[in-house]
Design a protein around this ligand. Structure first.
Ligand code: SF4
Length: 462
């Protein structure tokens, strides 16, 4: 399971490129394969820097100073469609008859393949194999007179998830699909406007959080200020609940809720649903920590640090190859023998996908002397893939698709296993239950999945 992407934009600030760099730095957890910034100067000239690697590797004082102008957009990427290569780095940039346009996209389109085939048959030449480029072609071909009209015409034709930040010759445009799968927030800094995937990026640059960009809303910002437009498709919120479980940073406000506090509430619900006698509660660092605190608080069992993370290898791995991942499991987390020896422990983790990593972690905790290991997972079992921008393994590779809870318990060699129920999960968030997507736990997708895309589909067909 991998992160997806992060987007960031600045309109009208004298440090647009620097702020975008810092914004991407704060959003690094959403994608570690590549990063890019496109800036715009007063003459309508665009400046582009993008490269494979982490934000800190891609940008330096020289290339940031090359990114001139008072507006900029940026993107950090983990590939959810198309390979991890230089052509697929965003923002995508193109010259159209209606002016130059750069696009940064978070989310996956569920009818990208059909649209791609249609555009290719009409003679479109694709620069990349990412689904986002389909939108760029459709906007370029639109007969609408202005870019804003073109976006309003094209976006209702694409299905699935998109949180977009786009830069034109004298405007910044941000849009969110009518389901609002991925987060997108609006902020203010001095006289300028900021758009970001998460509020943690606003915090880092000292911007004020204004509000979420609503599902089905298009925001258009130019020298005259901000306009809000609605897409023709009725908003039917399906916020990705997994943003709260795992993806977003705990210091962000996502879909109106504090991620840390929602995770703590997940832990409290887990303690009610699966109580057990134990000497202490520990987390699998880092994303299990808030839920473990909630579990400990509710169960009145001490919270302990039973494992430490080596922070200097990053949150996850840059190379998604199996060989490196196995190496990473061994070096990433280390159990603390002096804490674990002879103890009955509740181990709280955020999710269980293939189960291979958890099995190794449980084995390491036992090897360090734990007498009993009770595993608690702060979301329901994963039984279906995500088509909205999270790179899950195939159904067959998901451990809960193939095995009963009892069999998973045996495979992991734990003394007990408890997954948070869907009811428990949805009791911790603020909006009504039917405003959230839970498809990877239930198999009930909020949209019709026209093209069951895997991330290389456009590439193979190409
Ligand atoms: S399928 Fe799961 S990960 Fe994908 S949007 Fe829905 S809740 Fe989020």
């Amino acid at each position: 399971m991998k992160e997806e992407c992060g987007v960031f934009g600045v309109f009208d600030h004298h440090e647009a490129a620097q702020l975008t760099y810092l914004g991407l730095y704060a959003l690094q957890h959403r994608g570690q394969e590549s990063a890019g910034i496109v800036s715009l100067d007063a003459g309508g000239n665009f400046f582009v820097v993008k490269e494979m690697g982490l934000v800190s590797d891609v940008f330096n004082p020289e290339n940031i100073s090359y990114l001139k102008g008072r507006s900029a957009i940026g993107h950090v990427r983990y590939s959810t469609t198309g390979s991890n290569n230089i052509n697929n780095i965003q923002p995508l940039y193109s010259k159209t008859a209606k002016g130059k346009l750069a696009i940064a996209h978070n989310g996956n389109l569920t009818n990208a393949y059909s649209l791609y085939q249609m555009l290719k048959n009409e003679g479109a030449l694709f620069q990349s194999t990412v689904d986002s480029e389909v939108m760029l072609h459709m906007i370029a071909r639109s007969k609408s007179k202005t870019m804003l009209e073109a976006f309003k015409e094209v976006l209702p034709k694409v299905e699935g998830a998109y949180s977009l930040v786009c830069l034109g010759e004298d405007y910044l445009l941000a849009a969110r699909d009518p389901y609002g799968f991925r987060p997108l927030v609006l902020g203010k800094l001095d006289q300028g406007f900021i758009v970001a995937s998460e509020t943690c990026a606003l915090d880092l640059i000292g911007a004020t959080y204004v509000r979420e960009i609503n599902p089905g809303e298009v925001i258009y910002i130019d020298k005259n200020g901000l306009q809000s437009h609605k897409l023709s498709k009725k908003p039917t919120p399906a916020f990705c609940v997994f943003e709260h479980v795992y993806f977003s940073r705990p210091d962000s406000i996502v879909f109106g809720d504090s991620v840390h506090l929602v995770r703590k509430a997940f832990g409290r619900m887990l303690a009610k649903e699966y109580p057990v006698d134990a000497d202490f509660v520990m987390a699998i660092p880092d994303s299990g920590m808030s839920a473990a605190l909630g579990y400990a608080e509710c169960a009145s069992i001490p919270y302990e640090i039973g494992m430490t993370r080596n922070h200097y290898i990053g949150r996850t791995f840059i190379q998604p190859s199996q060989k490196i991942r196995d190496f990473g499991v061994r070096v990433k987390l280390n159990p603390i023998r002096s804490v674990l020896e002879g103890k009955r422990v509740v181990v709280v983790d955020d999710s269980l996908v293939r189960g291979t990593t958890s099995r190794q972690r449980v084995a390491a905790i036992r090897k360090a002397g734990a007498k009993e290991v009770h595993l608690r997972i702060s979301c329901p079992p994963h039984v279906s893939p995500c088509f909205y921008g999270i790179d899950f393994p195939s159904r067959e590779e998901l451990i809960a698709y193939n095995k009963s809870i009892e069999k998973i318990k045996e495979y992991l060699e734990v003394d007990s296993l408890g997954y948070l129920t869907e009811e428990g999960l949805l009791s911790a968030v603020s909006f009504p239950k039917d405003n959230y997507c839970t498809a990877c736990f239930t198999g009930k997708y909020p949209t019709k999945i026209m093209d069951e895309m895997d991330k290389y589909k456009l590439e193979r067909k190409w």
